[in-house]
Design a protein around this ligand. Structure first.
Ligand code: PXL
Length: 278
């Protein structure tokens, strides 16, 4: 069985970061080790959430794992809360990168043209450096724009997306994937660039007219799980996009779904079925 480690916060209620990464990747048949970078009572869309920073735990955990000879087939990072955490995660990459494992960075920090309230433009610059060490990065258009300096647009052409991807590859990542790209009315999807072969790849599907918290984390977690089940990146992205879309659709249909996240638990069996039918 493959083993990954995911490094991000745990929002105790809220269906994002570790509370989706852990169940989804485990259910995909992949051992999922975690480094919780902070414990929050809820994600930050609730009012008055509590937060205990765990930055000082990262290095002792890493050191213990080194002493135990533990290694990972993938290192997957999501929401990271401070410059110091970015530094520590960068050092974690140096310590645990092997010729065969894969580093996946989802630079969670912005959406809809704006940085999340906790972050500044300097943070985006530093996140861009972390992305430079990754094998695969999964930014949305807003995050990509803050990291590359190419202006954020809501209306764009394929050339604009290609330029954004080329700039992302220029940061140093081997493959860059832009999420939430709509080139045709009523559709959305992902477009990626393999920096080593110069090849673009894409997948698009129906665009549902809603937006829910935590869906980016579900998408990235599923991508990592599928990669670990030996799917090529383009296929892993398709599996992740379909699962996220079905989850959003199911959530829309459930009048009792909570406002703060999606019903990924309901659709998880469909994801597992798809993997086992390979
Ligand atoms: O889903 C991304 C995310 C993760 N963790 C925390 C967040 C967010 C997005 O806002 O607040 C704590």
């Amino acid at each position: 069985m493959k083993r990954i480690v995911t490094i991000q916060d745990i929002s105790c209620v809220g269906k994002c970061s570790l509370t989706v990464a852990l169940p989804i990747i485990s259910a995909m048949g992949v051992e999922t080790a975690v480094i919780p970078t902070a414990v929050l009572s809820t994600h930050t869309m609730f009012k008055n959430f509590t937060c205990r920073d765990l930055t000082n735990e990262i290095e002792p955990i890493a050191q213990h794992w080194k002493n135990e000879g533990i290694d990972f087939d993938a290192i997957y990072t999501g929401y990271l809360g401070s410059f110091e955490q970015l530094d520590m995660v960068s050092r974690f990459f140096d310590a645990f990168k092997t010729p065969d494992n894969v580093i996946v960075v989802d630079p969670v920090m912005a959406d809809n043209g704006k940085l999340y309230p906790a972050f500044s433009e300097d943070f985006a610059e530093k996140m861009a450096q972390l992305c430079g060490k990754a094998d695969i990065i999964l930014p949305n258009l807003t995050e990509a724009s803050f990291m590359t300096g190419l202006e954020y647009r809501t209306q764009y052409t394929e050339e604009y997306i290609q330029e954004m991807l080329e700039r992302l590859i220029h940061l140093g990542a081997k493959q860059a994937v832009l999420t939430g790209v709509s080139l045709d009315p009523g559709k959305t999807g992902v477009i990626g660039l393999n920096g080593e072969t110069g090849q673009f790849f894409s997948y698009s599907h129906e665009h549902l007219p809603v937006s829910y918290h935590g869906t980016g984390d579900i998408f990235s977690s599923t991508t990592v799980g599928a990669l670990m089940r030996n799917y090529a990146l383009a296929d892993a992205l398709q599996i992740a996009a379909d699962y996220t879309l079905e989850t959003i659709r199911t959530t829309m249909e459930n009048p009792k779904s909570p406002w703060y996240g999606v019903d990924f638990e309901t659709t998880l069996p469909l994801l597992i079925q798809r993997l086992s039918s390979k």
